[in-house]
Design a protein around this ligand. Structure first.
Ligand code: MG
Length: 169
């Protein structure tokens, strides 16, 4: 019923996404959320295991763009550390920035996926933009700002609803 709320795939962490699996799924471009997806909310830098993961996938010809609701000034530092292009603020859950990025970079939505930790921003934006969505567990939910923490119980409700809908089929 609420299909636009449901992620196509769910994993515990970005580190579980291997080049082999992504290529099998024909995902060649990743729109990557930043806060609590690849770095702790309060940290300014991405940890070395995530940096290695990005480099490994780039060797498999997977390309990345950071797509964050954070302010440009803050996200540009992360983008610089990783040597990636970025779109920020991306105004997720609205899909316009994702669509504009695909148009600008001449990306076929069929081969793009959004990877992020929030249903109400990342998953909805990706789904509305017509790309696949991969939900990861937030890295450190206890550090999240109040507004994000408030949304988490509703997220759990959505994910439970999804499970019950699929089990009825
Ligand atoms: Mg996030």
């Amino acid at each position: 019923m609420f299909r636009f709320l449901y992620p196509h795939y769910r994993v515990n962490s970005v580190l579980e996404l291997t080049g082999e699996w992504l290529i099998q799924q024909e995902i060649f471009t990743i729109f990557l959320d930043v806060d609590n997806t690849i770095k702790f909310y309060k940290s300014t830098l991405v940890t070395s295991d995530v940096v290695d993961w990005i480099h490994e996938l780039q060797r498999n010809h997977i390309q990345f763009y950071l797509v964050s609701n954070g302010l440009s000034k803050r996200i540009s530092h992360v983008a610089e550390q990783l040597g990636l292009e970025y779109a920020a603020p991306a105004y997720k859950p609205f899909p316009y920035v994702c669509r504009r990025l695909m148009c600008h970079e001449k990306l076929d939505p069929q081969y793009v996926a959004m990877v992020g930790d929030q249903v109400f921003t990342d998953v909805i934006a990706g789904n509305l933009a017509g790309i696949r969505t991969i939900l990861v567990k937030p890295m450190r939910p206890e550090q999240e700002p109040f507004f994000t923490r408030m949304k988490r119980p509703f997220e759990q409700w959505v994910l439970k609803l999804e499970r019950s809908e699929y089990s009825e089929q």
